[in-house]
Design a protein around this ligand. Structure first.
Ligand code: S3P
Length: 175
């Protein structure tokens, strides 16, 4: 593979699971989950970063982490599969970096799929902790983010009803 692969999409669209599956099919690439990279870089969990430093500080960390990853790849001649955070491409500089350095795939899911995936698993996601109804929070954020995911992506993969393995195969097929 001659380029990095980035996975974008809303929280709960399966970026991390699909990235791990993709890695099995493309063993020359390393898999990096951007949230985990930031947690390792700072020694702090994402919810704690939001709580103690705020969202803007976290967005800056995403930018620095991406720059670091692309610089390292450039230096070592390596390539990565990158599972971005759900809000990474909302930062202009991050979106530009991703477009320039990666083939970017948007894992597009319906509201029903997102809500169902997030129901079990929203506790660790600061932006879903507003106390508001999960469905209306996701709907509101998706109205803002859907068009940005589409503009960040080189490819769009509809993921409803598919397993991470099936999605990874769809990605390989479109490369
Ligand atoms: C966020 C998504 C999260 C994490 C942070 C903010 C967002 O990543 O980066 O909580 O703004 O959508 P996942 O999409 O991996 O949950």
């Amino acid at each position: 593979m001659d380029c990095n692969i980035a996975l974008t999409g809303f929280m709960g669209s399966g970026k991390t699971s699909v990235g791990k599956e993709l890695r099995k099919l493309l063993p020359d690439l390393e898999f990096i989950d951007l949230d985990a990279y930031i947690e390792a870089m700072t020694g702090t969990g994402i919810p704690e970063i939001f709580e103690s430093q705020g969202e803007e500080a976290f967005r800056n960390m995403e930018k620095m982490a991406l720059q670091d990853i692309f610089d390292t790849n450039e230096m070592l001649g390596t390539k990565s599969i990158l599972a971005l955070g759900g809000g990474t491409v909302m930062t202009d500089a991050c979106r530009r970096m991703v477009r320039r350095n990666c083939r970017c795939f948007y894992l597009r899911a319906s509201l029903d799929t997102l809500v169902s995936n997030l129901k079990e698993d929203s506790g660790n996601r600061p932006l879903l902790r507003s106390g508001k109804d999960l469905r209306s929070t996701v709907k509101g954020l998706m109205e803002l983010r859907g068009p940005v995911y589409e503009s960040a992506a080189h490819y769009i993969i509809d993921i409803d009803g598919k397993t991470p393995t099936e999605i990874a195969v769809d990605i390989i097929t479109s490369l």
